[in-house]
Design a binder for this molecule. Structure first.
Ligand code: S3P
Length: 189
């Protein structure tokens, strides 16, 4: 599999709490890739948490820095990249994402709501989400972006290892031979 990827990065996209980090680590291990969390890179660089960056600099400034981090990650190869849930909303980011393979972890709404309530990570945008219906509205605004992924993995009760297996199973159909025309878009259920 690794030789077929030819060093192309794999970008995990999806809503907050969809399991990008918990999937990214085992996926990197399975492929002999390195794992990078784009938000953590920004946090380390600025010495501030994402929450502090939002509070002190505002969302627009965060989005610009997020785009710069993505650009520098895009200059490297053989990475599994966990992206922040909103990276998809800036069109300039797609130029970089599509140089790699983009995988959407599409967690069913009810599950996502439960996970976010149990999660201890502080996420600034969650301050405006008080119910499952709020989350649904938010998700609906994002879906059109996430569905641009090369591969969508639909997740209900599967744990990270099962999600990784689904991704590994679907990847070959996305990687075309250089002599083959056009790449595919795939949904794995
Ligand atoms: C955001 C998701 C967060 C983080 C920031 C904004 C979003 O990352 O980038 O709080 O806009 O959905 P995770 O998806 O890793 O929680």
């Amino acid at each position: 599999m690794k030789h077929l990827l030819r060093g192309r990065n794999i970008y995990l996209i999806g809503m907050m709490g969809c399991g990008k980090s918990s999937t990214g680590h085992p996926l990197a291990k399975a492929l002999g890739y390195r794992y990078v969390d784009a938000d953590s890179v920004l946090e380390e660089l600025l010495g501030k948490s994402i929450e502090q960056i939002f509070d002190e600099e505002g969302e627009e400034s965060f989005r610009s820095m997020e785009a710069q981090i993505l650009q520098s990650i895009g200059e490297r190869h053989s990475l599994i990249v966990s992206t922040g849930g909103g990276v998809v909303t800036r069109s300039e980011n797609w130029g970089i994402l599509h140089q790699g393979i983009v995988v959407w972890l599409d967690v069913e709404l009810g599950k996502l709501w439960l996970r976010l309530q149990e999660d201890s990570v502080h996420r600034p945008l969650l301050k405006a989400i008080h119910s499952e219906a709020d989350l649904e509205r938010f998700l609906n605004q994002r879906k059109c972006f996430y569905s641009e992924a090369d591969l969508s993995i639909q997740i209900r009760d599967e744990g990270p290892e099962e999600v990784v297996s689904k991704i590994l199973k679907a990847l070959p159909s996305l990687i075309t031979d250089p002599l083959d025309p056009g790449e595919q878009q795939t949904t794995a259920t």
